[in-house]
Design a protein around this ligand. Structure first.
Ligand SMILES: Nc1ncnc2c1ncn2[C@@H]1O[C@H](COP(=O)(O)OP(=O)(O)OP(=O)(O)O)[C@@H](O)[C@H]1O
Length: 821
């Protein structure tokens, strides 16, 4: 038939050269190699260097074949069969011999025999001119004898060879068979030869591929499936099902609480607090969080500003915690700012009485925001208890002595005495939580976890992360890892829900601009999460409240921007937004004991002055404003300045800008000065809280707040009618939160943005979603209207001079001249 090609080894002798006699440069591939096995899909290897002649290991007996450029052929085959020149490969070929014979039937017998000879020859690197065991000589005309090579031949090979020849009998028939093979496969040999003349490389392999390999019984070897790299980007469709298919709820839906699993008595109390029925987001979230026989998972909420997200988690949490008699820390609410913490505390306090009925206890709520010395804060959330335990008493005395020595310095740092009281005889002192629910900023929470003795999350079964996109994106002090660690501890029964079969930590994650970034959400280790989305008719990724109206105010001359603001404040546009005055939450707060309406009004009347005074303590510029404000403040309590019958919150880009603008406004519009307050992160927390309370009170004279982005998120000012972006917000998300301070809880509200020429393109495309190539993630019911508050002629000379005078005052105040210092 035909001979199988046994490729040369690449520079590695099959047999130790020292053992093999020099020999036999039988042929530098002088023997014809009529056939090679084609293996498709093999990448061409580097061409073998042609220069150094390899020790001859191939013995071939087809001397009659047409001459072939063997060096080229050898290279080509090596390329096709990477590694085929390796001895290892040859052995493989040999081991398959018997199988080949069986598979290809009798016709293949001689092929097999021929192969046998070749393999044997190759393995020994010796031309087969040595007498075989039976005295036969293999017909290898080109080979030269190698003296004593047989002695050095491994026994195994000898045996094989002997067996082969014995079986075949007369070897002379090989030649005849070879001739017949050549005759029968003449076409193939010609093709092979032709192929060898073709240039190497890709052309070679192409040509080889085009050969009908199957004609010769050489099926392409099965190749592994090509690996397809997935270069697709994460899209909405590739999100996990819970994110891609949220629970959707329309914005207008309301339902009575009794229909959602809250008892009639509790609903009544809630109604008395101003919560007559559930808002849309609450209709969807409450059933997922209130006790249910179903196995419940975590909840992620994306709903517009002012839609009532706070109550959607406060109600179920307070309801659940009220069912546990012993006070232990069972709920954690994490928020980004102190002001928000205080606001949510009021909401919890308002709801607590609703569940302190029928055996439920009144839930104790505490805060940790770092607004007071750490020791005081520790003592408000943690207490000590004397427990009778004689054995423990002995131990604790020893342990305390040890700890006191070690922790002396810590005690001073933390301010919290480990054991301020001596234990009673045979008693042990244990640290106990004074609160069921702790509302905190992330940084302070981490401090308590790491520094407050006895502070434990072992019994926590609620974790709420509000304004989650902000909190998760800014991992203050790695707070999430610090919290998630202890939350994964399991103490048998500690996290059992008393009114359902659930055990573990329930997580509720919320924002008006909720992230779908899985890398951020992953840290929360959510369990069977459900995403609840409140949508408008024109849904975007971040939806604005349905009753919000937006305006873009053109600022032609940025150097006179403060004058545009004054014009806007005095214009007919900034008028009271007609709407029914809803019941105020203030009374709820009063009932909860946080403040009384009497003291509130007193505080209000003081606040305008004292608040400004306090601002003065944090900023000298503001102090000047405050003194003037106090001087011109009306003496009559609750009198409302006629010049500004509405409310406005003005956002600037920084604390510094807020303070300066506030002062400038007072200089440019002295009649408005008494109405202006300032809120920045440099303002004391207690003062900020008072300012916010005063602003929210209808009886307060504070009507205008100039603020940094500190209060852009979450702050609930129900009576706020106008938001003014004096400086353009940095992101769409920031815009959504800022303007969302108005038009809350189903009320109307207006948002105004002062747009300079250089900002116009960005504002209209990215924020308003108008113009060529507009792309915005903001979903809104209407459109943003264009407004001019100054005519074509601009400001008169008199106004500009007035402005310059105000700037001069400001400048002098800044350098410590006239005004204050
Ligand atoms: N069921 C209800 N009935 C009446 N008022 C409600 C109800 N639920 C919430 N509110 C009021 O709606 C206002 C907005 O609620 P909340 O502050 O929870 O909004 P939010 O969705 O958290 O907004 P933001 O995203 O800005 O934080 C609050 O004054 C709250 O008291």
């Amino acid at each position: 038939m035909y001979n199988r090609y046994i490729p040369p080894t690449k520079g590695r002798p099959t047999v130790d050269q020292s053992q093999t006699q020099p020999a036999a440069p039988v042929a530098n591939f002088s023997a014809a190699q009529p056939y090679s096995r084609y293996i498709p899909g093999q990448a061409p290897a580097e061409p073998a260097p042609s220069a150094p002649p390899q020790p001859q290991r191939i013995v071939f007996n087809d001397a009659d074949l047409p001459p072939i450029d063997h060096s080229k052929r050898a290279r080509t085959l090596d390329e096709e069969l990477p590694g085929c020149g390796e001895n290892k490969k040859s052995k493989k070929t040999k081991s398959k011999r018997g199988k080949d014979v069986t598979e290809h039937g009798a016709g293949e017998e001689s092929k097999s025999r021929q192969r046998e000879k070749t393999v044997t020859a190759e393995e020994n690197t010796v031309p087969e001119t040595q007498p075989a065991a039976n005295g036969d000589v293999l017909p290898d005309a080109d080979a030269e004898p190698v003296p004593n090579s047989a002695e050095k031949r491994p026994k195994r090979d000898k045996k094989k060879k002997k067996k082969t020849i014995d079986r075949d009998g007369d070897t002379s028939m090989f030649d005849a068979e070879d001739d017949s093979i050549r005759q029968r496969h003449k076409g193939v040999f010609e093709k092979v030869q032709k192929a060898l003349q073709v240039k190497e490389g890709v052309e070679d392999s192409d040509e080889e591929e085009s050969e009908p390999a199957e004609e010769h019984g050489l099926e392409p070897l099965p190749q592994p499936e090509p690996v397809i790299f997935d270069e697709s980007k994460l899209t909405y469709e590739t999100l996990p099902p819970w994110l891609a298919s949220p629970v959707r709820v329309g914005p207008g839906i309301t339902r009575p609480f009794t229909k959602l699993g809250i008892s009639a008595e509790s609903s009544k109390v809630l109604e008395s607090k101003g919560f007559g029925g559930a808002f849309a987001v609450q209709t969807a979230v409450l059933p997922l969080l209130l006790p249910s026989p179903d196995r419940q998972g975590d909840v992620v909420v994306a709903a517009p500003t002012g839609s009532g997200k706070t109550l959607s988690y406060v109600l179920p949490m307070v309801h659940d915690v009220s069912q546990s008699r012993i006070t232990r820390l069972r709920g954690l609410i994490v928020l980004p700012t102190r002001d928000l913490v205080q606001q949510v505390q009021l909401a919890c306090e308002a709801c607590a009485p609703a569940f302190a009925l029928n055996g439920g206890k009144r839930v104790k709520v505490g805060t940790a925001i770092g607004n007071r010395v750490f020791r005081d804060e520790q003592s408000t959330i943690m207490g000590i208890e004397q427990r009778y335990d004689p054995a423990g008493y002995e131990k604790s005395i020893q342990k305390r002595d040890r700890l006191t020595m070690v922790e002396d310095s810590d005690e001073e740092d933390d301010g919290f005495e480990l054991n301020p009281t001596e234990p009673l005889p045979h008693h042990v002192i244990t640290h106990v939580s004074k609160v069921d629910i702790l509302i905190c900023t992330p940084g302070r929470l981490v401090e308590h976890i790491t520094k407050t003795p006895g502070f434990s999350l072992d019994y926590v079964r609620w974790l709420v992360v509000d304004e989650a996109d902000k909190l998760l994106a800014q991992d203050f002090q790695k707070w999430l890892d610090t919290v998630m660690g202890p939350l994964s501890n399991t103490r048998p029964g500690a996290r059992d829900f008393p009114t359902s079969n659930k055990s573990g930590v329930r997580k509720v994650i919320l924002s008006a601009t909720m992230t779908r970034d899985l890398s951020l959400l992953n840290g929360l280790k959510l369990f069977r999460p459900k995403l609840v989305v409140v949508e408008g008719t024109k849904a975007g990724e971040q939806n604005l409240p349905p009753l919000l109206k937006e305006y873009g105010v053109k600022v032609r001359d940025p150097s006179l921007k403060p004058l545009y603001l004054v014009e806007l404040l005095r214009s007919k546009h900034i008028a009271p937004v007609s709407q029914e005055a809803p019941e105020s939450m203030e009374s709820d707060t009063d009932e909860s004991g946080s403040s009384s309406s009497e003291s509130e009004s007193e505080t209000d009347s003081d606040l305008s002055a004292s608040d400004s005074d306090s601002e003065s303590s944090s900023s000298s510029e503001d102090e000047s404003n405050a003194k003037r404000t106090a001087a011109s403040a009306p003496t009559k309590i609750n009198s409302r300045p006629p010049k500004f019958p509405t409310t406005a919150l003005i956002f600037t880009k920084s604390n510094e800008s807020a303070l300066r603008l506030s002062r400038l406004l007072a200089l440019l519009a002295p009649d408005l000065a008494p109405l202006i307050g300032t809120l920045t992160s440099s303002t004391k927390t207690s003062r900020r809280a008072r300012t916010l309370r005063a602003f929210a009170s209808p009886s307060s004279q504070l009507r205008i707040l100039v603020a940094s982005d500190l209060v852009s998120r979450g702050i609930d000012l129900l009576n706020l009618e106008h938001v003014i972006n004096y400086d353009l917000p940095v992101t769409e998300t920031s815009y959504v939160h800022r303007v969302g301070r108005t038009a809350r809880a189903g009320r109307k509200g207006c948002a105004w943005t002062l747009v300079e020429h250089a900002e116009a393109r960005r504002f209209w495309r990215e924020f308003a979603g108008e113009g060529n190539g507009a792309v915005t993630s903001i979903g809104r019911e209407g459109t943003v209207e264009r407004v001019n508050v100054v005519g074509e002629g601009g400001f008169g000379e008199e106004k500009v001079e007035e402005y310059e005078r105000a700037l001069e005052v400001l400048r002098r105040e800044a350098v410590g001249g006239e005004g204050r210092r």
